[in-house]
Ligand binder design. Structure first.
Ligand SMILES: NC(=O)C1=CN([C@@H]2O[C@H](COP(=O)(O)OP(=O)(O)OC[C@H]3O[C@@H](n4cnc5c(N)ncnc54)[C@H](OP(=O)(O)O)[C@@H]3O)[C@@H](O)[C@H]2O)C=CC1
Ligand SMILES: O=C([O-])CC(=O)C(=O)O
Length: 271
């Protein structure tokens, strides 16, 4: 039985709990934590089989095998180092926090020293399997084009700093183009997938990101184009947003659940 603790009980954390509660004999939600205490109690009430404890990160690492971060980029530095130092594996959803190369190397070092694993789910994109395979040869370019309804970009630092009036956008508009390092810093709650692509592929400096606001779409669309020695692939994922957080696609939660199930399965499929 894999005992897990979840920090962050919003769209992704709640969906993980509900799905594991409904359908897993091999995984136990042992503990949950969110700084919105009401969210935690509301979630606990919805679970039919499991009765997770409400524990802080310092408390939960004493009991669980794996800690899931589904909170925010800022929370990652508070959650992941103590979990690894306590010998827990970790799964990170706010992958943009790993754009900081010093922090990234620090947690890779902790994982090596404490013999732990760091899981980074594919999230709301498709094509990570192909990119990982292609990385065994030379890659020439990786481009992510993310298209969201303007409302899905509200509150992003780049939007605020550049005083972009999202409500006045009437047609498909390119809002940002740059490398993944800058994209993740500018849109921390929108393009964690750019960080996932960078880590799986050619890095934050060489991965290109385009962010488009389109008032005529209701889905979060991620298009990925990879060119390399192998040839070229293109993926396009049209994501239904999570009902409780339109910035987050439902597939991101499903990907976290699939990663947990993969950990406890004897069958490892895909690259
Ligand atoms: N890898 C991927 O493909 C994807 C990653 N994400 C990322 O995953 C993370 C979770 O997403 P989602 O579930 O939609 O987010 P939500 O905002 O729906 O839920 C996150 C919850 O965690 C809480 N929280 C934030 N910081 C802390 C902290 N330090 N300690 C305890 N609780 C905290 C939040 O509270 P409050 O809001 O009050 O701070 C909120 O209740 C986000 O960072 C998001 O950007 C999202 C989609 C795809
Ligand atoms: O869920 C999505 O569509 C993508 C997202 O928010 C992220 O990568 O942070």
């Amino acid at each position: 039985m894999l005992k897990i603790g979840i920090v962050g009980c919003g769209a992704i954390g709640s969906q993980i709990c509900k799905s594991i509660d409904a359908d897993s004999d091999d995984i136990q939600i042992y503990a949950v934590y969110d700084h919105n205490i009401d969210f935690v109690y509301a979630l606990k009430e919805k679970l039919k089989h499991m009765k997770p404890e409400f524990l802080t990160i310092e408390e939960m690492v004493e009991h669980v095998d794996l800690v899931v971060e589904s909170a925010s980029q800022k929370s990652v530095s508070k959650i992941i180092p103590p979990a690894l130092k306590a010998g827990c594996d970790v799964m990170i959803m706010s992958i943009g926090a790993l754009a900081d190369s010093d922090f990234r190397e620090y947690i890779y070092g902790l994982a090596r020293n404490y013999n732990c694993r760091i899981y980074l789910p594919s999230g709301s994109i498709t094509g990570i399997d192909g990119l990982k395979s292609a990385m065994s040869g030379e890659i020439y370019s990786v481009t992510l084009t993310t298209k969201k309804p303007p409302s899905g970009l509200t509150g992003a630092p780049y939007i605020l700093e550049n005083e972009i009036d999202l409500e006045s956008i009437e047609s498909e508009t390119l809002i940002f183009e740059g490398n993944a390092a800058k994209a993740v810093e500018s849109f921390p709650a929108n393009v964690n997938v750019a960080a996932t692509l960078s880590i799986a592929g050619i890095g934050f400096e060489r991965t290109t990101v385009r962010i488009v606001a389109d008032p005529h779409i209701s889905r979060n669309i991620h298009e990925i184009e990879v060119e390399g020695e192998f040839g070229k692939f293109i993926t396009r994922t049209e994501n239904i947003p999570s009902p409780t957080n339109p910035k987050t696609s439902y597939l991101a939660s499903l990907s976290a659940i699939a990663t947990l199930k993969k950990i406890v399965s004897p069958l490892q499929i895909g690259t």
